[in-house]
Design a protein around this ligand. Sequence first.
Ligand code: SF4
Length: 343
Amino acid sequence: MTVRIDEARVFQIIEAKKPKLVFVNAPGGLLRQTKDLMERVKAKYGVDSILSGDSCFGICDTVDDDVEKLQADLALHIGHNAAVSEVGDYTYLVDAVDDVDFGEVTDTAAKALAPYKRVGLATFSQHLHQLGPVKEKLESMGFQVKVGSGNNLMLGGQVFGCDFSSSFPIRDEVDAFALLGESEFHAVGLALATGKPTFMLDPYMNEVTDMRQAAEERRKRAVLSVYKARDARVFGVITGLKEGQKMSGRSRWIAKRLEMNGRKVVRLAMRDVTPERLAPHREIEAFVQTACPRISIDGFTFDRPVLSIPQADALVALIEGREPGEFLERQKWIELTVGLIKK
Ligand code: SF4
């Protein structure tokens, strides 16, 4: 693993803000580096820190609301690089980058990409700095390469697991997408949202994977869940409590439409939507959750349908006699609220 947290930024924040106590959260893969870094902060500045033990899957997982509860002075959210650098009242985003080189896997990718003249490039936080060099290399091989523009939350060419709004607008200008990095989660999402052939370039294994089959399997499962949910009479509509997923309005709208169409609705709220949390609600036949869409689209362990927002839209269309269409082909599967709480 070659991921580096931006230590210089952390030191700058500590020197500028002079906190006594810092609350930190980081994704599972960066916990060891984060703990090491906080030890260095303690040694250098004498500043204590508390590491969040809750899940941290994405940029939606900021912990700004908890800073005051812990009587901390600020929060550091590690590893979800974005177009914003501060959110909420207390939170600073700290980038992490992966130094792994994409030269070799780009050579390998040339063969798989050969049938596609125009290629869209995309990646997630840790490899954003590789978009330029890979673009240049593919262009030198004769490909026409496009990278989507950034926006108020995302950097150019960036994808989140639920937000493809940088790449979506260029989908008609490319024949296929190449996703830099080993992340089936992001690559399948890009394929589903854009409807384009998508290849995942894994620089560690020097492997290039055509994601079409995996995406098709997920699409079919997502459609099947919608049709299963159509027959349910009692629904649980779940609002996620994570800071970047404040979708109460969307939950209200879905609950209302279900009730208007004769369904009974129980409104729920929770931080983590898991089979264990849903198990006690035996009377509920199907769930809609407006938290992370990947819970539904990648969730293989639920015993009842658990629909994401795009699936819920498809369900409402279906029960109101309209065609659901390709409901996963859209630029965002959830409207992340994290960008709206910029300092
Ligand atoms: S809501 Fe989006 S940003 Fe948050 S964990 Fe899910 S995919 Fe990632």
